[in-house]
Design a protein. Structure first.
Ligand code: SF4
Length: 410
């Protein structure tokens, strides 16, 4: 049977899709991750924003148009949040974020498993990307006021170190970069008497370089950075979630740090890794964000000198603590997102151009016969002439100058 496995969400969803792909292939199915005509569709939905949820519904409509007689399985965060929105004619099965492998057994109806209290092992993901994703935990206990995810993914469940190590070692055979993913990887180990620091120590034997997914401020301390330094295989790239540079907005967001504390953590990181890429997520247009609060965020972004910023216009999610706070005028939110995006572009360019003339290690992700491109250890997109580079393999290159959305190197 031809099966399309479609991911509409984050790297955790992608990992789960890759794992289900591995299972489907081992069951003898022909599997694709591209939207195309198929006998069966497996759609891993996202609910992180209204737009993500709308896109998830739209994909269901798209696949039903492509083949109205196909089996359509809808799983993931948007289905966990509101299964009914997918219970439409033509959809075979709707499930949430738990027991995703059961999708292989069910043939019809709506079925939401209760959220588990321990990490659910899935089959190791099929590693067919240049960079492998390895999931280390699920769930989050933070309940940031704008975020629906803890309600959909449940509490932190950490995967056993030995399982993570085993999957990383397997992935390292075919790729030179492994990305550790999870809903809140900073909380790794809190439920099993371990920590992300201990996991990094255990993974120091992996031959591929390790990139950490999104981090929370609280995880950064001397011991954590010493472990990274000692391991020697962790990328100097810290995606340290900020969300706002205004203390009053941070407090309304239920984020338990101040801008000053965040700045101190960045200083600590830079005392270990002076050239590290500090990237972040910022939400603009939170309901209580004033023009002054937004200006604080802009000034703070410049102060830190982020290497990149993911700018998210606030998305009001029913069921979150921030929902009753209402929402700002969409035109204001858009204008703030546009302004911050300009700052992000300036900062990104400044960081990237500081590497002209220097050497970087690039894992090749794609090539077109003219250029091969991939990301450096500090997450800069780098283009090199395509002279028989191998996808998934690391090249040491010397940066010549700026190119497209990154750098050009030889
Ligand atoms: S840390 Fe906050 S934003 Fe991230 S998943 Fe948990 S509640 Fe959501």
């Amino acid at each position: 049977m031809k099966v399309c496995v479609l991911n509409l969400g984050c790297k955790v969803n992608q990992y789960e899709c890759d794992s289900l792909t591995a299972s489907l292939l081992s069951l003898g199915h022909d599997v694709s991750d591209e939207l195309s005509v198929a006998d069966c569709y497996l759609i891993n939905t996202c609910a992180v924003t209204k737009e993500a949820e709308r896109k998830s519904r739209q994909y269901v409509g798209k696949v039903l148009k492509l083949n109205p007689r196909a089996k359509v399985f809808v799983i993931g965060c948007a289905a966990e949040k509101n299964a009914e929105q997918f219970s439409i004619k033509g959809v075979t099965f709707v499930s949430g974020t738990a027991a995703k492998e059961k999708v292989l057994d069910f043939v019809e109806g709506v079925h939401i498993e209760p959220l588990p209290s321990e990490y659910e092992e899935m089959k190791d993901a099929l590693n067919f990307r240049a960079r492998s994703y390895v999931k280390i935990e699920d769930g989050c206990n933070n309940f940031c006021s704008y975020c629906i995810i803890p309600y959909l993914r449940g509490r932190v469940r950490s995967r056993k170190v030995e399982h993570i190590l085993e999957e990383c070692k397997k992935a390292a055979v075919t790729t030179d970069e492994i990305v550790l993913t999870g809903i809140n990887i900073s909380a790794y180990g809190s439920d099993i008497g371990s920590s992300l620091t201990e996991l990094i120590e255990a993974l120091s034997v992996v031959s591929a370089r390790i990139r950490l997914g999104s981090l929370e401020v609280g995880v950064v301390d001397e011991a954590f950075l010493q472990a990274i330094e000692k391991a020697g295989n962790v990328c100097p790239h810290f995606h340290l979630s900020l969300q706002s540079g205004s203390d009053s907005v941070l407090s309304q967001m239920n984020r338990h740090y101040s801008a000053e504390e965040y700045e101190k953590k960045v200083e600590l990181i830079r005392s270990f890794f002076p050239q590290a890429a500090i990237t972040t997520d910022i939400i603009v247009g939170f309901p209580t964000e004033t023009e002054d609060n937004f200006e604080e965020t802009m000034a703070f972004a410049r102060l830190i000198g982020f290497a990149d910023i993911h700018v998210f216009p606030y998305s009001r999610r029913n069921g979150t603590a921030a929902y009753p706070m209402g929402a700002l005028d969409p035109a204001i939110v858009k204008s703030r997102a546009d302004k911050l995006s300009i700052v992000k572009s300036e900062l990104k360019r400044a960081y990237e151009s500081s590497f002209v003339g220097r050497r970087l290690e690039v894992v090749i992700e794609r090539k077109d016969g003219v250029f091969a491109e991939g990301h450096s250890e500090n997450y800069i997109r780098v283009y090199v002439p395509d002279r028989d580079q191998t996808i998934g393999k690391k090249n040491t290159v010397t940066v010549q100058g700026e190119h497209a959305d990154g750098l050009r190197a030889e």
